[in-house]
Design a protein. Structure first.
Length: 303
């Protein structure tokens, strides 16, 4: 649960009100997503990936076991190493995008200007905008089947207005082998459930990218004195007489949990990007675009 949250358990009428509030915000979120894209798009030329195609992409060192016929002997003659000549993948790829709509995502402390939910939706819409410019097929599990359209971000926003996405890890029945999945969430579900779902999707040949959204208060735990914490998922309450005495243990457990999920992703070949809502959305957007393009993840990188 998001420590320090003051969101109560949502009843059916409250859920309807929340859906209407979300719908009212969607146009602003779409505008913000396009603003974020505009700050980082200069110089980008789409997602470049190694594969079958006619256009030259890059030279890279030869690795034992690869086809000798692909060695570029002219480039290799320049020094004492063998190099392969890679071509650029030209076929459209399917990328599924999903932002966690669970109640915990609505948490926003005084240290952040936006909620986790708002930031997640902005990132998803901004990424849809960029991928659409590259000609990719974009889908949203349970909301929108994959489409190839320059208006993909608008289509996702419109689809979210008229539907209520599942509040669990994205349904995977429509995800096909060789597609990619970007999940933006706070990942506050039980860690064993998260790992099990990641493994189930990974076994189907789907490459995943997790963006873990955190409010700064969830990492810093700035609470002191008598404090009541409420779980937005269940309504459970916890009262701490001196909240500051919990800070060190909480931060240790929170960090260990995040690192465990990150390491599990690394073993699967998935990418993991931690991102705080008091940081620029463009930082996370650049990071996820790099992972989708095949750029290696730097150890300890934060967005």
């Amino acid at each position: 649960m998001p420590i320090g949250s003051t969101v109560e358990l949502t009843s059916a009428p409250e859920a309807l009100v929340r859906a209407r509030q979300r719908a009212a915000l969607m146009p602003d979120l779409l505008v913000e997503a396009r603003r974020v894209v505009a700050t980082v798009i200069a110089g980008w030329h789409g997602r470049r990936r190694r594969g079958v195609g006619e256009n030259f992409w890059q030279f890279r060192p030869f690795v034992q076991g690869e086809q000798v016929s692909r060695i570029d002997w002219r480039r290799s003659a320049r020094d004492d190493h063998l190099y392969l000549r890679d071509r650029e993948w030209e076929a459209a790829h399917t990328v599924w995008l999903w932002a966690d709509p669970s109640p915990s995502m609505r948490f926003q402390s005084k240290a952040a200007q936006v909620s986790k939910e708002s930031r997640a939706l902005v990132l998803i819409l901004a990424l849809a905008e960029i991928l659409a410019r590259s000609g990719e097929r974009i889908g949203y599990p349970g909301v929108l089947d994959p489409i190839s359209s320059r208006a993909a971000a608008e289509r996702i926003a419109a689809a979210l207005l008229g539907s209520r996405p599942a509040q669990t890890f994205p349904p995977d029945d429509r995800l096909k082998r060789f597609s990619e999945l970007v999940v933006v969430s706070d990942f506050l579900d039980p860690v064993e459930e998260i790992v099990e779902k990641i493994d189930r999707i990974g076994r189907r040949g789907i490459r995943g990218h997790l963006i873990m959204i955190a409010d700064p208060a969830e990492e810093a735990f700035p609470y002191a004195g008598r404090t009541e914490f409420r779980d937005p998922e269940t309504g459970a309450k916890l009262t701490a007489g001196r909240a500051e005495t919990l800070r060190e243990e909480y931060q240790t457990l929170y960090g260990a949990r995040r690192d465990f999920i990150a390491e599990h992703c690394r073993r699967l070949g998935w990418s993991f990007i931690p991102h705080r809502t008091d940081h620029l959305a463009s930082e996370a957007l650049v990071a996820i675009h790099g992972r989708l393009s095949g750029a290696p993840q730097m150890a300890g990188a934060r967005a």
